[in-house]
Design a protein around this ligand. Structure first.
Ligand SMILES: C[S@@+](CC[C@H](N)C(=O)[O-])C[C@H]1O[C@@H](n2cnc3c(N)ncnc32)[C@H](O)[C@@H]1O
Length: 282
């Protein structure tokens, strides 16, 4: 198991609107699951409720959106962070409007294998933390029912100034000994064409695309506030307990971000590229 950073659900959720949108765009491209037609026709006796896994579910708010589309499904969110799981449990675990239910379990997506047949395995903004995740595709697809879907979204912004500057700052002589690799450790994504090829090689019908959202963020230093919920977690975890070092690091990073993302008339524009893949098993 890799050494995971500590997550802060409240900080992560501060930008939940912008963070949720790519998930909704992903959800919009997921085809009907096996049994959906029978369920829509009221022939629920013919099929079991849909079974869904959400890998790296975080605080559970996007996991809960799955229940809006599949109200009678059994949906399980898996995550490595006790802080995230606690938040998800507290707010979303239990029965859903259509008689389905949501539960949450600890799991490392790097080693997760389906323990029963799933109709949908989904992951939003999490697989970038999972080295070698494409090597798990065959196992995950094997665990899907015929006609089931693997769908995920990963950020594709690791060369953008927010991440490049973080990596460069961690590499400066002042920080190198304490933060070596922290700023760059999470670049585990493939380019869209590579996801497309790998999943098609595995026999799936595949839809891969990318979108760059021009996110307009309000307030002062909003990009710093954004990355405090995600990309900065490894740095904040490595410096935990040394408040002075955290403050110094944040001050230096803030200065760099202000130059890279100057506020405009309507707020700060923070372009964010994301990569999407939907693979349907034949
Ligand atoms: C950016 S958050 C995304 C949360 C949620 N999916 C969402 O869209 O809001 C990334 C999540 O991935 C989880 N994560 C990171 N590495 C993981 C791993 N190896 N196994 C399971 N979860 C992991 C983190 O704990 C965190 O909750």
């Amino acid at each position: 198991m890799y050494s995971a950073p500590t997550w802060d659900p409240q900080q992560y959720l501060r930008h939940s609107g912008h963070r949720t949108r790519p998930f909704l765009d992903l959800l919009g491209r997921i085809p009907d699951l096996p049994g959906d037609a029978a369920r829509a026709a009221g022939r629920t006796g013919d099929v079991r409720p849909a079974r869904i896994a959400d890998l790296g579910c975080g605080p559970g708010n996007v996991t809960a959106l799955l229940a809006d589309r599949w109200p009678d499904a059994h949906i399980t969110g898996f995550d490595l962070s006790p802080e995230m799981l606690e938040q998800a449990e507290k707010h979303y675990a239990g029965t859903t409007s259509g008689g389905g239910w949501l539960d949450f379990r600890p799991a490392d997506a790097a080693h997760w294998t389906p323990d029963e047949p799933y109709d949908l395995i989904v992951s939003n903004a999490a697989l970038q933390w999972v080295p070698n995740h494409p090597e798990s595709f065959p196992l995950w697809l094997e665990g899907l029912t015929p006609g089931g879907t693997l769908a995920f979204q990963v950020p594709g912004n690791f060369t953008s100034p927010s991440h490049a500057l973080l990596g460069e700052l961690c590499d400066t002589p002042q920080w190198h000994s304490r933060l070596a690799d922290q700023g760059r450790r999470f670049v585990h994504i493939l380019e869209p064409a590579d996801y497309l090829t790998r999943l098609t090689d595995l026999g799936c019908q595949v839809d891969v695309w990318e979108t760059t959202y021009s996110q307009l963020l309000p307030g002062e230093d909003p990009v710093l506030d954004w990355v405090k919920g995600t990309a900065l977690r490894p740095v904040l975890t490595a410096l935990a307990g040394d408040d002075e070092a955290i403050q110094t690091f944040l001050d230096q990073y803030r200065t760099l971000l202000r130059q890279a993302y100057p506020p405009g008339r309507h707020g700060t524009v923070f372009p964010f590229r994301r990569i999407f893949a939907v693979a349907r098993k034949p």
